[in-house]
Ligand binder design. Structure first.
Ligand SMILES: Cc1cc2nc3c(=O)[nH]c(=O)nc-3n(C[C@H](O)[C@H](O)[C@H](O)COP(=O)(O)O)c2cc1C
Length: 370
């Protein structure tokens, strides 16, 4: 798969996930197989203002190549400045733009998955991004639309091609679906037909390598983006690489091997954060995902998920039954699975899809991805 001048093989992308796809997690996934491994979403305004926390979030480990940054922005000028900063200062090798976030505090201000409804604003953002990117490929990630009555993905796809975007990732859900129901892969097939000029990456509900192969076969997409399926399972990238090369071997780590990965993950977080307590607290959300499907007593699970030091975590990990084999049926949904009953939008947002509205300045404050 080619994203501009960037050759990506296997055609597999670790989905940007706020609070998850930091350098430690990307490193664990990348060690398993090739592809693209996208950082957590970064707001363009915070980046151009050189916010200290944001600059820390775009640090890559030395072996991370190519480096992918996902930007979230609503103002064409600020997005352009952020992309130019990335290109001029060699901060990444690829820029992805987030138009899929369904979080109410984002859509309420016209950002994320609400934005493609305003076709001209979307066009202006993509134009500024591509114009300022130099040789860096710019890709976009989006949902099908706001809801079934306000689908935007086909228009957005054509606009992206016209503005020189290098590839499009489509999550086959609308904003109102949030993470509920099942992703509509037929929309990925329709987008592929609508934008034959550039690669289309399919996203949504890939829980195993065979799901990825099925998505490619059913939709004709050029590559896949995998999010929740790799939570607690970085070795899914080994399976994806094997499947893309036509091999049947699949990673089936024992509980002891999983425990070693958990230890390494928490250790890498501690190094990256420079703060053991913060790292161990952040690691808590991963514990249940790593242990999913294994037989582990409730007390031990609780101890692992509440440890406050690396030593405490390691004590718990040492109590796990290291020989326990990989559980059958562990390829099941994990992470967020809830739908929403409405999408919060700015007043009058749906009145005119061609109005050139730039959402209010606070649309970028305190955002988290999705
Ligand atoms: C915890 C979490 C954080 C997410 N953060 C982002 C984000 O920052 N940017 C983005 O484009 N999508 C984000 N997403 C959406 C995923 O990238 C992906 O599109 C979605 O989970 C569907 O893919 P999946 O079924 O493989 O999980 C997030 C999803 C989750 C579960």
């Amino acid at each position: 798969m080619k994203l501009g001048a960037l050759e990506v093989w296997p055609p597999v992308v670790l989905a940007p996930m706020a609070g998850i796809t930091n350098a430690p997690f990307r490193t664990l996934c990348r060690e398993q197989g090739g592809g693209l491994f996208v950082c957590e979403m970064i707001t363009t305004r915070a980046l151009v203002e050189r916010n200290a926390k944001t600059l820390k979030m775009i640090r890559f480990a030395p072996q991370e190549k190519p480096r992918s940054i996902q930007l979230y922005g609503v103002d064409p000028v600020t997005v352009g400045r952020a992309v130019r900063m990335i290109a001029d200062e060699d901060l990444a090798d690829h820029v992805d733009l987030n138009f899929g976030c369904p979080v109410p505090k984002v859509t309420r201000r016209g950002g994320g998955s609400a934005l493609p409804y305003k076709r001209n604003l979307l066009r202006a953002i993509l134009r500024e991004a591509v114009r300022n990117a130099g040789t860096l490929p710019v890709t976009m990630k989006m949902r099908k639309g706001i809801d079934d009555d306000h689908l935007t993905y086909l228009d957005a796809g054509r606009i992206a091609v016209e503005e020189g975007v290098s590839a499009i990732a489509l999550h086959g859900r609308t904003a109102i679906q949030h993470y509920g129901g099942t992703a509509d892969w037929s929309a990925i097939a329709r987008l592929k037909e609508a934008v034959p000029e550039i690669p289309v990456l399919g996203n949504g509900d890939i829980w195993s390598a065979s799901d990825a192969m099925r998505m490619i076969a059913e939709t004709g997409c050029d590559g896949v983006v995998v999010g929740r399926g790799c939570l607690g399972r970085p070795w899914l990238f080994a399976d994806l690489a094997a499947a893309c090369e036509g091999r049947d071997d699949r990673a089936r780590p024992t509980l002891g091997e999983v425990a070693a990965t958990m230890d390494r993950h928490a250790t890498l977080l501690a190094e990256a954060f420079g703060n053991e307590q913060h790292a161990v607290a952040d690691f808590r959300k991963h514990v249940g995902w790593y242990l999913k499907g294994f037989v582990v007593g409730a007390d031990l699970r609780r101890n692992l998920a509440t440890s406050s030091t690396l030593a405490g975590l390691r004590e718990g990990l040492a109590e796990l039954d290291a020989a326990q084999p990989w559980p059958d049926g562990a390829d099941t949904p994990r992470g967020k699975t809830n739908p929403r009953d409405r999408v919060h939008l700015p007043t009058g947002w749906l009145d005119d899809p061609y109005e050139m509205a730039v959402p209010c300045a606070d649309a970028e404050t305190d955002t988290s991805g999705g």
